[in-house]
Each structure stands twice: as C-alpha cells, then as structure tokens.
Design a protein around this ligand. Structure first.
Ligand SMILES: [Zn+2]
Ligand SMILES: [Zn+2]
Length: 308
C-alpha cells in the first residue's frame, strides 16, 4: 500500500488547479510548452552544472529518497546537489522527474528537516505538479528567447492563475512531508529555517509568536486581496507565505484525515515484506507484485502438515 495524492491533496490546491485549467488559453500554453522538450534541456543542465547524488555519491543525503518514494509508490527521481547559498530545493519534470537541493539548504538543516524537504519535493512529483510549475518558472524568465511565443500566449490571467496555484500547490507538498514524517515538527522547523536562516540563528525562534505572523498576513489579505494577488504574481519572495504554511500544516496534522493516513502507514510497516525487494507483500498473493519473488509467508503456510 502506498499513499496516493488524492489522500492528502489540499482543497485549495485542487480548486486553484481547476480554475487554472478552465482558462481557455491555458491548454494552448501547455501544448506549446511540451513541444519545447524542456525535460531534455534541464537534464543536460543538471548533468553539466550539478552533482548527481546516489548510493555512492553523498549517500547521507541520497539514501533517504528510496523510503520516501516507497511511501508514495513512485519511482526514485534523480537527486542533484546544486551550489547555491540560497535556502532552496525544487522538483522538476513530469516524465523524467528530478529533485535538486541547494547547498545552502543542506548546510542550514538538520537531518529530519532535510528529509522533510526531500519528502516535500517528492510530494510535488506525487501530485503531478511539476509540468505546470516548470512552465511557470520558464514563463517568469521567458520575456525573450526561444520561449518568447509562449510568453506572449500566456496572458495575464494565465500567469496570475498559475502563480496563485503555485502557492497552493506548496500546501499539498507540505502535507506529503508531514505524512511521511508522521507529524508536522520537521516541516515547521524547515519553514523557520527558510524564513530566518540556519539553525544556529533560528533555533530559539518562538513558534507561536512566528505563527501569529500568519494571522496578521490574513488580515492584510482581507484588506487588499486583489493588490496582493498582483504582487504575488510578480514577486519571488514567499517569506510571508511560509508562516501561513507552517500554521496550515500544524492545523492539518490535528485532523482525522492525517491520523488515518499515519495509521495506514504504520500498519503497512508491520505487514510482511518481500525478502528480495523489500516491498510490502500482499498476504494472499503467491508472488511479490513488485519483483515476482515467491511469497515465503504463503509458501510456509502452504507446507503440508505431516500427521504423526
Ligand atoms: Zn514546494
Ligand atoms: Zn519483491
């Protein structure tokens, strides 16, 4: 059993993506964007400019990824380390997904926070966010050059709706991280590091006081919502939004939906595993559904009992 995106997707993410897809010009933008073969372009950039991680390359970072992917039933993406002092990470690609984590972030985070970041990025892959998110990134930097025609097709309503959705897509990815980690603590600590810097500086941040920023941010939105929407559409800064995300994930982790998911994961952990590939075995199946190895538990049960 693995967690599906429908188990945890944030309603605001779902609503915003439906709104985005309902804009007539949007599907033309996506079609044009797909023609660019952006994944191939990015793959070359990744190989040329970053360090590809693996079991033999910085395994202390890489080795977390398999367990996260097993939890969500996805293939393992390529994972890259990028030299950049900004505290950032991102997932890229729909058919050939990759996760890039920047050196500034690795240096700033504890291990559980690093896992939260990797699980968050895998959350974007699970939710199939990457195509639209990548398109938004390219659009933001495509005033001229080979994506110029795309930029002209992507009218203001498309760009604003894309940016509006991107903020909401973060909420679903945060949920993925909290589910994998069975709680919100590392996710919230990560928000605080992203907002204020490495642990050495932010360790003593008062979480409750920080969360109050989210309430103040809400009040600001009520007053000048349209203005803020415009600002969000052009701004790369999402620091105020981090407080909202922290408050949101803490709230969600109190719900029955979250508790049920964690319970399902724990039951899954206790269920028998394939001795060859390590995936969960279906009790009644003769062979492992992942690698085809015989189910030893079933074979044991099927041993004829010898009457004495
Ligand atoms: Zn994200
Ligand atoms: Zn197996």
């Amino acid at each position: 059993m693995s967690i599906q995106y429908t188990d945890f997707i944030h309603p605001a993410d779902k609503a915003a993506i439906e709104q985005l897809q309902s804009i007539p010009a949007f599907s033309s933008c996506v079609k044009m964007f797909l023609k660019v073969r952006f994944e191939q372009i990015q793959y070359g950039i990744n190989l040329a400019e970053k360090i590809r991680l693996g079991p033999d390359q910085l395994p202390h970072i890489y080795n977390h990824i398999q367990k996260i992917c097993d939890c969500f039933g996805i293939g393992v993406p390529e994972v890259y380390l990028e030299q950049n002092l900004e505290l950032n990470a991102y997932a890229f690609g729909e058919t050939r997904p990759s996760v890039t984590i920047q050196s500034g972030l690795v240096a700033a985070l504890d291990e559980d926070e690093l896992v939260a970041v990797l699980a968050h990025e895998c959350g974007h892959i699970v939710c199939h966010h990457n195509l639209y998110r990548t398109m938004a990134d390219y659009l933001a930097s495509a005033g001229s050059g080979f994506l110029g025609p795309l930029a002209s097709l992507a009218t203001a309503p498309v760009q604003i709706a894309l940016q509006y959705w991107i903020r909401r897509s973060e909420l679903s990815a945060d949920r993925a991280a909290a589910v994998f980690l069975r709680g919100p603590d590392a996710v919230v600590k990560t928000m605080i590091r992203l907002a204020g810097g490495p642990k050495a500086i932010t360790e003593k941040v008062d979480v409750d006081v920080y969360l109050k920023q989210a309430d103040d941010y809400d009040k600001l939105q009520e007053a000048t919502w349209d203005k803020l929407l415009q600002t969000c559409a052009i701004s790369k800064s999402d620091h105020p939004f981090l407080a909202v995300r922290a408050r949101e994930i803490l709230k969600w982790c109190q719900t029955d939906q979250f508790r049920r998911l964690v319970q399902a994961l724990e039951e899954n952990e206790l269920s028998p595993k394939c001795p060859v590939c390590g995936r969960t075995l279906h009790g009644h199946w003769k062979f492992c559904s992942s690698c085809g190895a015989p189910n030893p538990n079933l074979n044991e049960q099927k041993q004829p009992t010898i009457a004495i």
